[in-house]
Design a protein around this ligand. Structure first.
Ligand SMILES: Nc1ncnc2c1ncn2[C@@H]1O[C@H](COP(=O)(O)OP(=O)(O)OP(=O)(O)O)[C@@H](O)[C@H]1O
Ligand SMILES: [Mg+2]
Length: 308
């Protein structure tokens, strides 16, 4: 599969001209984004996510390193027609209606008035704003503005979308709608670079995920890769001394709840062996429960470790 984005040793230093203090916002970042994937770009506040996105869009320049987007250097004019951006705090002309705003953006891409109106109608329906198309944006709720932002990012039918916090401020139903919309973009063969603090959304829709802390990329992999390596809890009864010994040799922890019941936490890859030990010693399995980590667990662990 081809790379939609290649990032090589990309760094950005912001200089505060008053204090003369340098802030290393992005520190030697290396990353490849595949065409057609939804890539989750995670990190706590101030990690450098927006800075990275702005460098990829050519809105700010890197201090060092380079990046290519759809095969061309970041910021290339031709490539700009094939990508789109939903900023984390989008700004809209509030006196326009939803329809007028989308027609305006479509006209900026050189579409005729008729073409623009057709496009705007289609997008308004796609993001669930058909009913509100004539209302001025001043009257839109935060969630409605977020949807207009997403519609705006689809005007040019981009191959690659940069979405910075697309679900912030949305209610649970709107969240689900936007999640479905993002998944449908992948089905159309588009690539999505998604920066978000909504870890459940990210876990549900992303093919791969990275976690950046203080400008450095600390974790990268498929959601399954990042979440695996979990443990399984096995509760058993009527275990012989010998079986208990064997379990202790393979488990993270064996807890004898009472004279009869034992709770054993094994690494996933040892869980089958543990069940065999119980069964072969004529013990009784009460329950087997996989203890799967969530993306939130991994995120918090990664950030905490980095802060140590
Ligand atoms: N224009 C700027 N001038 C100076 N420093 C900046 C500027 N923009 C960002 N920074 C600093 O760079 C670092 C990274 O900021 P950035 O906005 O990229 O983080 P982020 O990961 O997008 O955070 P958030 O999750 O809060 O949106 C922060 O320390 C921030 O204060
Ligand atoms: Mg940001």
């Amino acid at each position: 599969m081809a790379d939609a984005i290649q990032i090589r040793d990309l760094s950005k230093v912001y200089r505060n001209y008053f204090t003369k203090e340098d802030i290393l916002a992005v520190d030697s970042l290396n990353l490849d984004i595949n065409e057609g994937e939804i890539f989750g770009f995670l990190g706590p506040n101030g990690a450098g996510k927006t800075t990275t996105i702005k460098m990829l869009l050519g809105l700010i320049f890197p201090t060092s390193g380079k990046a290519t987007v759809l095969g061309k250097p970041a910021g290339d004019i031709e490539v700009k027609r094939r990508i789109s951006y939903l900023p984390e705090s989008p700004y809209f002309y509030e006196y326009m209606s939803g329809m007028e705003a989308l027609v305006f953006y479509a006209r900026l891409f050189g579409m005729s008035r008729a073409e623009s109106e057709k496009k705007a109608d289609k997008l308004l329906a796609q993001v669930g704003l058909a009913q509100a198309k004539s209302k001025s944006l001043r009257e839109y709720s935060k969630g409605m503005l977020q949807r207009i932002g997403i519609a705006q990012a689809l005007v040019n039918d981009p191959s690659l979308l940069f979405l910075d916090e697309p679900t912030s401020g949305l209610d649970p139903i709107a969240h689900m709608d936007i999640r479905d919309l993002i998944v449908s973009l992948r089905e159309q063969g588009k690539t999505v670079f998604l920066s978000s603090h909504q870890l459940t959304d990210v876990e549900m829709v992303c093919d791969r995920v990275s976690i950046m802390v203080a400008g450095k990329l600390l974790k990268m992999g498929s959601v399954d890769e990042l979440l695996k390596g979990g443990a399984t809890e096995i509760v058993a009864r009527k275990l012989s001394k010998d079986a208990l010994e064997q379990l202790r040799s393979i488990a993270h922890n064996v807890d004898e709840k009472d004279s009869d019941k034992v709770v054993c936490l094994t690494p996933d890859e040892k869980s089958q062996q543990a069940v065999c030990i119980v069964v072969e010693s004529r013990g009784e399995i009460v329950s087997i429960t996989p203890q799967r980590s969530t993306l939130e667990d991994i995120f918090i662990r990664t950030v905490r470790e980095a802060e140590k």
